[in-house]
Design a protein around this ligand. Structure first.
Ligand code: GLC
Length: 496
């Protein structure tokens, strides 16, 4: 009998739960490596050690061989080390290497931008060039040679080209293939031309055919262009970005040229973490058979936010980065009308200043209807999923989206716009035969958002039986990583 080959995969990411998270990338960077490891593959992860990561709590320790490493970034000589720890899941234990350098990472609590000014750190180019370089040094020093380096988002964008350019003649590196996953095309990692010199790449790449895009060095474009395979996190999004100018965010030509090697692989969710039956972070665990537990969560949630519990009033929540891409311009435009509906609204998230100010004021204006926590809090996110009746995701575009899936398995009905991964995971309710699992609108218009929310509230109030059926349909969904991780494995296999 043929034994399926096991691969060595080095997964490079800029965030991973439970260590550090600003968005869905962190969830994927934790659950996909674990699932691959469960399938018998050998996965290791590289991630920067930001100041926000608690070294003691996570037992991050020094590795003698990986101390006092040096590299050149432009004219700067940079010293760094790689420290080690483990990602401990229920079944798998995945080794992590933390890129440790105080100046670039350790002294900053925030990941990509200054929390006070809101501006991106001016040396983000150097920080993530260092991440790319550290990956090869790690391989060299450990002698652990992966079959695949799987890099994610613009922060990992320089890895494929560094491999091709700096390591092509080194025997150890010759069989390594690269996969580059786009989780967010909106963030490109663009820097002035002067960044080129810092990469150390030969002059032949210093143009639009190389690593420049519209006159800037683009880490994202570089990743897409030089990786052996490119993936993104849902099938619909993969199609949209090769076709729709607005969604391709200025990269239409590059993406089109990669079309045959651009794969849409939908994310799964980690059912050990996001599961109302096991969730230790919520007020009361519940299942399809004990939905009373969900009501308990609703009460605790409302109390936490200082809102009054009313059985007949649905709680509609959002957990999101606060920016235009996630549809907050629509929410803002429709806000007054939303506040006139017979429902309560809860928001958790942080992001652009204009939205932080707007929602801050909204709390004072609508104290009985609207409450928010403008920051990030994982435990609260779990309680919100457990205690809400509906979940709103009116994204302008959405590569995959995880919260709509979390919502479904927590019996919280999603209201989403039909785009990207939302289109792939939420099926519109058919009121006649009771099929579907959520509410979906097409046009990116405040009126469409409003009408759809109204429709959902109407059903919640008028047809408890159908509502319950919807909840149960969602709770039975199967979003485990098993299928998608197997698709990644067959992609790795094709490359190797
Ligand atoms: C990004 C995308 C989101 C996706 C997540 C994980 O945050 O915006 O749609 O679910 O990455 O891939």
């Amino acid at each position: 009998m043929a034994v399926a080959k096991k691969y060595k995969i080095l997964f490079v990411t800029s965030e991973v739960v439970p260590f550090v998270k600003t968005g869905g990338l962190a969830d994927v960077s934790s659950s996909l490596p674990q699932k691959l490891q469960e399938l018998g593959h050998h996965v290791r992860i590289v991630v920067p050690k930001y100041g926000a990561i608690d070294e003691r709590r996570f037992k991050i320790h020094e590795v003698v061989r990986l101390k006092d490493l040096t590299t050149q970034i432009g004219k700067k000589e940079v010293t760094y080390s790689l420290r080690s720890s483990f990602l401990v899941g229920s079944k798998a234990r995945v080794q992590l290497y933390f890129l440790n350098n105080d100046e670039y990472f350790g002294k900053r609590r925030s990941l990509y931008s200054d929390p006070i000014s809101g501006k991106n750190y001016a040396d983000n180019d150097e920080r993530f060039i260092l991440l790319a370089k550290s990956v090869f040094e790690l391989i060299e020093k450990l002698g652990w040679v992966p079959d695949i380096i799987h890099a994610n988002d613009w922060q990992g964008g320089m890895i494929p080209i560094f491999l091709k350019e700096f390591y092509k003649d080194k025997p150890k590196f010759q069989n390594i293939k690269t996969v580059f996953t786009i989780h967010n095309l909106g963030l490109k990692g663009e820097f002035p031309k002067s960044t080129f010199a810092k990469t150390g790449l030969p002059e032949k790449y210093n143009n639009e055919k190389g690593i420049l895009h519209n006159g800037k060095v683009s880490f994202l474009k570089t990743g897409i262009q030089y990786a052996d395979a490119v993936t993104t996190v849902s099938e619909t999004y993969a199609k949209e970005i090769c076709k729709i100018k607005e969604l391709s965010d200025g990269l239409l030509d590059v993406l089109k040229s990669k079309k045959n090697n651009l794969h849409g692989i939908v994310n799964g969710i980690d059912m050990n973490v996001w599961n109302p039956e096991k969730d230790k972070q919520i007020a009361k665990k519940f299942t399809i058979k004990s939905l009373d537990g969900k009501i308990e969560n609703k009460k605790v949630l409302l109390e936490k936010f200082g809102l009054e519990y009313d059985e007949n009033k649905p709680v509609i929540s959002m957990i999101s980065k606060l920016n235009d891409n996630k549809g907050f311009d629509l929410v803002k435009k429709a806000f007054k009308d939303l506040m006139s509906l017979d429902a309560q609204f809860i928001l958790l998230g942080t992001g652009e200043k204009k939205y932080l100010n707007f929602f801050d004021k909204a709390v004072a204006k609508y104290p009985k209807k609207f409450a928010c926590y403008l920051g990030f809090d994982d435990q609260l996110a779990h309680l919100i999923e457990a205690g809400s009746d509906m979940f709103l995701m009116p994204s302008k575009y959405e590569p995959c989206g995880l919260n709509q899936m979390y919502s479904l398995v927590y019996g919280t009905i999603p209201i989403v716009r039909e785009t990207g991964g939302l289109a792939d995971t939420v099926v519109p309710v058919d009121l006649k035969n009771g099929t579907g699992n959520g509410f979906v609108f097409k046009k990116y218009e405040p009126s469409e958002l409003l009408d759809t929310v109204k429709k959902a509230i109407e059903l919640y109030k008028s047809d408890k039986k159908l509502w319950l059926k919807l909840m149960k349909t969602g709770m039975k969904s199967n979003f485990t990583w098993l299928n998608s991780s197997k698709v990644y494995v067959s992609l790795y296999k094709k490359l190797i």
